[in-house]
Design a protein around this ligand. Structure first.
Ligand code: ADP
Ligand code: MG
Length: 442
């Protein structure tokens, strides 16, 4: 569970924090416990603890709160072993960077074709991506996938990259943003040759979120150049964007035409059948064993894309783990805020009786007895009055409950109390207080 929460929080933070902060402070941290709404993180050094606490603590807690749906805190511990781990992995990372491996695709080894749920709304994109991963450069070049946020474009692109890499084939995966940033950095340092070389030896170039090129003329010119030289040499190009090529404003016509020159496919929000399959897969992936009705509830809950569904599932899983309860309809409704935490309780004769006994210092037996001392008679009448106004029981049932009395006795009690309430301020207070306690019972 703790891993599921932390990986979700990391995923969110990745989009929110500056990349260097994410890589320097969040990536090396390890989540070790989640209990009492506190996430315990281990960081490599006292310095890291101080930095994270001061500069990133609020953001982590906010994100954690959003992910788990509870007000959550973060506790930071120092674990020197993480530092060792960081040191040994650093040279590897540097080499990967030199070779131009994509941080995004590397960070998502679980984005595979197997873990992609296929339905009407994404089957074309899936098939095209799969074909490209099997035989790059042969068909569909470029392959351009477009569609709204959270619908699996990055997943498919990463699946292509992972598939090709697994087959030992050279592939370059880069986001449109990274392409632009790295190009600008290379320009500044007068290292354009290095930058271009990076794209030379590869067989497949995958660029995610190419809408980022909009309005950036120098980047578009550079990318057009890269695109042309790869394409002319029969190399595969795969692109994703939040909109179709013809809808991309701020893009040179020539580049737009190139984007649209191969196969363009879209992904659209899932239909009912795919929603069903996605819910099943996401519950299974989160290790949630759900009871009757949960699936249905999640299928029909409001979510427009798969990322939102994943958020819901994480929240449900976290809620179950925090409360130690099993995942049934009630828990899901509570976790997703579909009902108030505490459903309003039905008021029973039983509840009225015990409050009245307490307030007037009488016993239940006395209320049910035939005794008519002033105190007991008054308590009994108040109890009947409250039952009449706060329960759905009939006059007959109320009479029955108080010593098997006739319903006319109840009618008499009601009018007697109403009359006394008009005159007797103390009784008014007492009844008002009883009513408050009845309707706000814990
Ligand atoms: P996009 O790039 O289109 O905004 P992503 O590929 O980042 O969307 O998808 C958002 C999340 O939803 C990811 O975690 C991804 O694995 C998941 N997802 C999207 N579509 C599917 C699918 N068809 N099957 C399984 N997971 C999916
Ligand atoms: Mg994406």
């Amino acid at each position: 569970m703790v891993d599921a929460i932390w990986s979700k929080v990391k995923q969110e933070l990745r989009g929110r924090l500056a990349q260097r902060h994410y890589e320097a402070w969040i990536e090396p941290a390890r989540a070790v416990a989640w209990s009492d709404n506190v996430l315990t993180l281990e960081v490599p050094s006292p310095f890291a603890r101080e930095f994270v606490r001061r500069h990133l603590g609020d953001e982590i807690e906010r994100t954690l709160g959003a992910v788990t749906g509870v007000v959550a805190g973060v506790e930071l511990l120092v674990n020197r072993a993480l530092e060792e781990r960081g040191k040994t992995s650093r040279p590897r990372r540097a080499r990967a960077e030199r070779e131009g491996a994509a941080p995004d695709a590397n960070g998502a080894p679980d984005y595979t074709f197997d873990s992609f749920v296929v339905g009407q709304s994404n089957v074309m994109a899936y098939r095209a991506a799969h074909a490209v991963a099997t035989e790059p450069g042969v068909r569909f070049n470029p392959l351009f996938i477009h569609g709204g946020v959270g619908l699996g474009k990055t997943h498919l692109l990463a699946a292509v990259a992972n598939g090709l890499r697994a087959g030992g084939r050279p592939v370059q995966y880069v986001s449109g943003e990274a392409f632009v940033n790295e190009m600008i950095a290379a320009l500044r340092r007068d290292r354009m040759e290095d930058f271009r070389r990076r794209f030379r030896g590869i067989e497949t170039l995958i660029v995610d979120d190419v809408q980022f090129f909009a309005g950036k003329e120098r980047s578009q010119a550079e990318f057009t150049h890269t695109f042309n030289s790869l394409h002319q040499n029969g190399k595969q190009i795969v692109l994703a964007s939040d909109r179709a090529p013809e809808q991309m404003s701020g893009l040179e016509v020539a580049l737009r035409n190139r984007f649209a020159s191969g196969l363009t496919v879209d992904v659209v929000p899932p239909d009912a059948e795919l929603r069903d399959a996605l819910v099943q897969q996401k519950l299974a992936a989160a290790g949630v064993e759900s009871e009757e009705g949960v699936l249905e509830l999640l299928v029909h809950h409001w979510w427009e894309n798969v990322r939102e569904l994943e958020g819901l599932v994480t929240r449900v899983a976290a809620f179950a783990s925090i409360t130690g309860r099993s995942v049934n309809r009630v828990l899901v409704e509570e976790a997703l805020g579909m009902t108030a935490r505490r459903p309003p309780q039905r008021i029973t004769i039983e509840a009225v009786t015990s409050l009245v006994c307490e307030q007037f210092s009488v016993t239940r037996e006395e209320l049910e007895s035939a005794r008519r001392t002033a105190r007991i008679a008054l308590s009994r009448q108040v109890a009947m009055y409250l039952c009449r106004h706060h329960t759905d029981r009939t006059l007959v049932a109320i009479g029955q409950a108080f010593g098997g009395r006739d319903h006319t006795t109840v009618v008499h009690a009601l009018s007697a109390i109403e009359r006394r309430l008009r005159e007797d301020e103390r009784l008014r207070d007492a009844v008002r207080s009883l009513q408050n306690r009845l309707t706000h019972r814990e």
